[in-house]
Design a protein around this ligand. Structure first.
Ligand SMILES: Nc1ncnc2c1ncn2[C@@H]1O[C@H](COP(=O)(O)OP(=O)(O)OP(=O)(O)O)[C@@H](O)[C@H]1O
Length: 234
């Protein structure tokens, strides 16, 4: 399994933001991580990537523990956080080259060009990041997440801020990436889950209330994904 989460918890004072969740994910499938506002999605993703220390439990990516083997883990993982920390004063190309160099990529310049094309940043590539629209900033965030061709991609609301045209382009990109990588993404858009995810986890108040392939979940409940979501997170 390339993502393995075991009894993972995060408590903020008395609040159990994430309450002992366990799940797995494997390559070639895209996992949609759903839940209402405040359910614990970002907190889980931050623990998966090693940016937040769990109160208890473990998370590993491709066998690397997120806490004890974080340096090794970051090489095989791409992460798009909810609020991507981008260097606003840098130019798009300059920033991506900077990121590529932190991974010590051999053909960094070539790879930057490739990724710029892949995420549809060609027209905007010579601009300063601060000058970009929200959707294009999001594309820079995605570009930095995939630049080192990671095996596991963790994407926190990857399509927020995108217009309908951009939305379908980025969805296609993520779908393509999911063919040979392990992708977990959070979103509030049900059509998006239906369009690109194979499996779905629904989290509510820090607990997993559903974890199954979308087809099975729909068969089991006999209602739409949106209705299932509402029913399980009331
Ligand atoms: N650093 C923190 N200190 C205290 N509470 C926190 C902290 N980070 C998150 N929380 C709380 O943990 C809960 C889960 O937050 P989280 O951001 O994981 O939710 P989410 O599912 O990603 O929500 P959204 O869909 O709104 O992005 C929330 O109640 C939030 O207020």
């Amino acid at each position: 399994m390339s993502i393995k989460v075991t009894a993972l918890s995060k408590h903020f004072d008395k609040q159990k933001a994430v309450d002992g969740i366990s799940f797995e994910a494997k390559p070639g499938r895209i996992l949609g991580f759903l839940g209402p506002n405040g359910a614990g999605k970002s907190t889980t993703m931050r623990m998966l990537t090693g940016y937040l220390k769990p109160t208890s439990g473990t998370a590993s990516l491709c066998g690397y523990d997120s806490q004890t083997q974080n340096l090794e883990m970051r090489k095989i993982m791409g992460y798009l956080p909810e609020n991507t920390p981008l260097y606003m004063d840098m130019y798009v190309k300059e920033f991506l080259l900077f990121v590529a160099n932190t991974y010590q990529l051999k053909d960094a310049v070539l790879r930057v060009e490739e990724v710029i094309k892949k995420v549809g940043l060609t027209v905007e590539q010579h601009k300063k990041i601060a000058m970009l629209s929200k959707g294009y900033k999001q594309r820079v965030g995605l570009a930095q997440a995939i630049i080192h061709n990671p095996e596991v991609l963790i994407l926190d609301e990857p399509t927020s801020g995108l217009d309908p045209n951009q939305l379908s382009e980025i969805r296609d990109l993520i779908k393509g990436l999911g063919k040979d990588k392990t992708v977990i993404l959070s979103t509030h858009i049900m059509q998006e889950v239906e369009a690109i995810c194979d499996d779905v986890i629904i989290i509510n108040m820090g607990n997993i209330v559903a974890n199954a392939p979308i087809v099975d979940l729909k068969k089991q409940h006999g209602i739409s994904l949106e209705e299932i979501f509402k029913k399980l997170t009331k």
